[in-house]
Structure formats: structure tokens, C-alpha cells
Design a protein around this ligand. Structure first.
Ligand code: NBP
Length: 486
């Protein structure tokens, strides 16, 4: 057994694991590493880890004995069964007070289950969401750790040192107990789905109306990235439009098959929103758009059968239209974040996490895929009013809606006129218009429910809590309404 006493150890040397190890080492930490397939460890040790303060363990026993106490063993393997398998192997080798960290994209309920089981054995368990892909892992990710306060004291100093830094502040704060970290990461990924779909819809609406070339798209996104939309996803889109295919010389983006993949965090987010009765329509539209995109064969067949829509030619002002689409993108994005934060708040109450939205907006400003200048505005909104009912109601954002809603509506009208699907734009506007409506058509809905199922209704001219049922057809007796007091 080795005499090595590393600050931390990491199991799972795929793209994320390797890069996190190099990041930790570069910040002055000694790191032990282990991978199920030994050849991977050997390749890493002889390659990128060569000459660095990284200890390649030959067995899990060797790995555990090479860690300083309390041991900190971070797992970066495929989410699901592999995480349980590694934990089972680690348990007999660890001692009370040691900490297992899962940095993968685990389902937060798995994290809650694992934390509970390990607590009974005296072990700490930290489910930490890590965002930013391989580049973030290497140069500074956004890290969202859950787990106990006690374990945060041990892992916090390491995580805060390897995280991205924005305005002197590390993009890592303790999110809350048990599965809070993985939950916040899941919402982050859901919001990422929404952001990406909204950008794709902006692209589709512009394309259908004014046919920008890839070079023009590159310029449009470059301009947008200088304003309120400034973000990683706008920036990479700008770069994507500039990339030429080496084989054909054409813009590469035009040659990419329109079939989107997904790994599941978007679906988890939407499923959980439904469970908590929280509207997450923008992310839901984004998940469904990916599903529809993956049905390529069916879409191609249907395109030859369903009636064609002849779109009217564009007659407006090109520059104004580009600004309209930009406004639609920004307003829809605000709605999507408002919905995501609403879900976070609901889950926080349900699980007793006490999530801090200001903290969350702070650590999403750097290192992660949804990093964006506008997260500063969210941070400020919650600093000014920690009990803000809905992000859309913050004065800064109500002001944005006042300025952008005309363009937002025009962009959507243009999409509808041209037969361009814009499900995330329309879902966002639908939420906005519903949320700001003092009266919705649910009066008719309640009447229908009472008609066929005697579900009762309340009246606008009577106190709330007083319920009525009407015999709508008059069959079997009088047509009079019956009152039920709640
Ligand atoms: P993968 O998710 O591709 O997992 C590969 C690693 O898991 C390898 O080290 C593999 O070992 C190990 N592994 C497997 Br598979 N089954 C195992 C088992 N039963 N026991 C032990 N080890 C096992 O790696 P990744 O893409 O680096 O992602 C790691 C985690 O981070 C995942 O949860 C992922 O969702 C998350 N994540 C990924 C990204 C990204 O951009 N890739 C970003 C953010 C988060 P082997 O070499 O022996 O097969």
C-alpha cells in the first residue's frame, strides 16, 4: 500500500473525470485516481498526468489508502447503476467521517436515497452537479453541491478553488442538504434545453422571413452577443455560423442533420414540474421539439402528404425584424427562467432545502452552459427582494417586457404567417399572457366540468369557498343551482 496521502481522489477517468483531476492538480491539490479499466488509468498516468501530483491507484484498496482523512472520494462515472456499483465497492474500505462525492448527472432522488443509506454507516454523501462540459471541467466549471453542512466544510474549499470565477466570486456555493445540488443541476439542464430551443427558433424565424446567409447569421449573433443576450450559447452559435465544412466549403451548420439527441435531464425536469403542478412550458416545448426533430423519417413522409402553406413574402424592415426576433428571444428567455425558478422554489419548500436564488444565479454566471450576462440581473432582483413571487415581476424585468413585447408578438406572428414552428416562443408568450390575465377562460371550463361531472364551481359575485352545482339540462328535476359551503 502506498504512503501517498492525497487531498482528494477521483474514480472514473472519462472526459469529465480526467479534466477535473487536471484542474484540481493545477490548483495545488494532490489527487489519487482510479478507473475500472486499468488501461485507462495507465494511459492517463503516462500521458496528461505525467509529472503531475497525481497518484494512479492500481486497485480500489490502493486508491482508498492513498487518501488523507477524512477521505474524499469523488465519483465521475456514468449516472445510474455504475454509481451504485462504485459506492458498494467503496463502503467496506471507508471509515466513518469519510466523504463520497458524486459529480455526475445523477437523479436527485437517487442522491437522496444514497445519502440516507450512507448516513446510517457514518459516511457523508455529497451529490454535486458539475456543469460546463469537458472544457469547464478543465478550466473551471460551475459546481452545485448538496449534502450536509459538515461535508461542505471539507469539500467546499476544494470546489471553490477549482470552480470558474466571475467578478472574483467562485461559481460554487452550497445548495442545500441531500439531493439539492443534483436537483439544481437538473433545473440548470432543463433551462439549457429551453435556451437552446429558443435560439433555434430565432434562427428558424429569421431564416423563413429574410433568408440571412450563414455570414449574416454570424454577424447577427455577434451583435446580439454584445447586448442583453450576451451568453455562452449565443457566442458559440456565432462561431458555429462561421464554420465552413472542409469537404464542401459550405457552412457546416447547413450540412448537419436536423435530428436532436437528448440524455434525459430535460425530461426529468418536465416530469418533476408536472408532479409539483408548476408550469414549465418553455422547457417542455424544448423537450418536445427535440422529440419531434428525432422523428425525421416520419416528418419527411408527412411533408409530402400534408398541405403546403404558401408563406407571404417579407415586406417589412429587415433591421427592425432582426430586432423583433432578438426581443422575442430575450423576453421568452426571461419567462423560461421565471418558470425554472418557480419550480426550484416549489421543490425547495417541498424538500426543505431553503434554496437561495441569488446564490444559484451567482454560480450560473460562469463555467456552465447557460452562463449569461443576464444572470446578474436575476441575482440583483433576488438581492433586492428575496421573496419575489415570480422573476417576471421584478421591476427590471417588467421594464424589459414593456419594451420588448411588441417585437416579441410581431416575431411570433411572422412565424405563424410563414408556417414556422416556434413552440418555445409561443409557450413563453402564452405563459406571460396567462400570468398577467386577471381573468382567464377557465369560467367556461368550470362550467363544462360541472355540466358533465357535477364538479361544482365558485362564482365571481359570491365569496370564495362557496361552491355551486347547476342542473344544466333540467333533466330529472329543477334547473336551479345548489350551494355547497366549503
Ligand atoms: P461517462 O458518463 O461516459 O462514463 C464513463 C466512465 O464511467 C468511465 O470511467 C467508465 O469506466 C465508468 N464506468 C461505467 Br460506464 N460503468 C462503471 C461501473 N460499473 N463501475 C465503475 N466505473 C464505471 O463519462 P463522462 O462523460 O466523463 O461523464 C461522467 C459523469 O459526468 C456522467 O454522470 C455525466 O452525465 C456527467 N457529465 C458529463 C458531462 C459531459 O460533457 N460529458 C458534463 C456534465 C456532467 P471504464 O473506463 O472502465 O469503462
Amino acid at each position: 500500500m502506498s504512503t501517498q496521502q492525497s487531498d482528494i481522489g477521483l474514480i472514473g477517468l472519462a472526459v469529465m473525470g480526467e479534466n477535473l483531476v487536471l484542474n484540481m492538480e493545477s490548483k495545488g491539490f494532490s489527487v489519487s485516481v482510479y478507473n475500472r479499466t486499468a488501461a485507462v488509468t495507465e494511459r492517463f498516468a503516462g500521458g496528461r498526468a505525467k509529472g503531475k501530483n497525481i497518484y494512479p491507484a492500481k486497485s480500489l484498496e490502493d486508491f482508498v489508502s492513498s487518501l488523507a482523512r477524512p477521505r474524499k472520494a469523488m465519483i465521475m462515472v456514468k449516472a445510474g447503476g455504475p454509481v451504485d456499483a462504485v459506492i458498494e465497492q467503496l463502503i467496506p474500505l471507508l471509515e466513518p467521517g469519510d466523504i463520497i462525492i458524486d459529480g455526475g448527472n445523477s437523479l436527485w432522488t437517487d442522491t437522496q436515497r444514497r445519502e440516507k443509506a450512507l448516513k446510517e454507516k457514518g459516511l457523508h454523501y455529497v451529490g454535486a452537479g458539475v456543469s460546463g462540459g469537458e472544457e469547464g471541467a478543465l478550466n473551471g466549471p460551475s459546481i452545485m453541491p448538496g449534502g450536509s453542512e459538515e461535508s461542505w466544510k471539507s469539500v467546499g474549499p476544494i470546489f471553490r478553488k477549482i470552480a470558474a470565477i466571475v467578478e472574483g466570486e467562485p461559481c460554487c456555493r452550497h445548495m442545500g442538504t441531500d439531493g439539492a445540488g443534483h436537483y439544481v443541476k437538473m433545473i440548470h439542464n432543463g433551462i439549457e434545453y429551453g435556451d437552446m430551443q429558443l435560439i433555434c427558433e430565432a434562427y428558424a424565424i429569421l431564416k423563413a422571413a429574410i433568408y440571412p446567409t450563414a455570414e449574416e447569421f454570424h454577424q447577427i449573433f455577434a451583435d446580439w452577443n454584445k447586448g442583453e443576450l450576451n451568453s455562452y450559447l449565443i457566442e458559440i452559435s456565432e462561431q458555429i455560423f462561421a464554420k465552413k465544412d472542409e469537404e464542401t466549403g459550405r457552412p457546416l451548420v447547413d450540412l448537419i442533420l436536423d435530428k436532436a439527441g437528448q440524455k434525459g435531464t430535460g425530461k426529468w425536469t418536465v416530469g418533476n414540474a408536472v408532479e409539483h403542478s408548476v408550469v414549465l412550458s418553455t422547457v417542455n416545448a424544448a423537450v418536445e421539439a427535440r422529440i419531434l426533430s428525432s422523428m425525421k423519417t416520419k416528418r419527411v413522409a408527412a411533408s409530402a402528404i400534408l398541405p403546403v402553406w404558401e408563406a407571404p413574402p417579407f415586406t417589412g424592415d429587415r433591421k427592425q425584424f432582426i430586432n423583433d426576433v432578438r426581443d422575442a428571444l430575450y423576453a421568452s428567455k426571461i419567462v423560461s427562467y421565471a418558470q425554472g425558478l418557480d419550480l426550484l422554489g416549489t421543490a425547495s419548500k417541498f424538500y426543505g432545502w431553503n434554496l437561495n436564488f441569488g446564490d444559484i444565479a451567482t454560480i450560473w454566471r460562469g463555467g456552465c452552459i447557460i452562463r449569461a450576462a443576464f444572470l446578474n440581473r436575476i441575482k440583483e432582483a433576488y438581492e433586492a427582494n428575496p421573496s419575489l413571487e415570480n422573476l417576471m415581476l421584478a421591476p427590471f424585468f417588467t421594464d424589459v417586457f414593456a419594451k420588448s413585447q411588441a417585437g416579441w408578438r410581431r416575431a411570433i406572428v411572422s412565424a405563424v404567417e410563414r408556417g414556422v414552428a416556434a413552440p418555445a416562443f409561443t409557450a413563453s408568450l402564452g405563459y406571460y399572457d396567462s400570468y398577467r390575465s386577471a381573468r382567464l377562460p377557465a369560467n367556461l371550463l368550470q362550467a363544462q366540468r360541472d355540466f358533465f361531472g357535477a364538479h361544482t364551481y365558485e362564482r365571481v359575485d359570491k365569496p370564495e369557498g362557496e361552491f355551486f352545482h347547476t342542473n344544466w339540462t333540467g333533466q330529472g328535476g329543477s334547473t336551479a343551482s345548489t350551494t355547497y359551503n366549503a
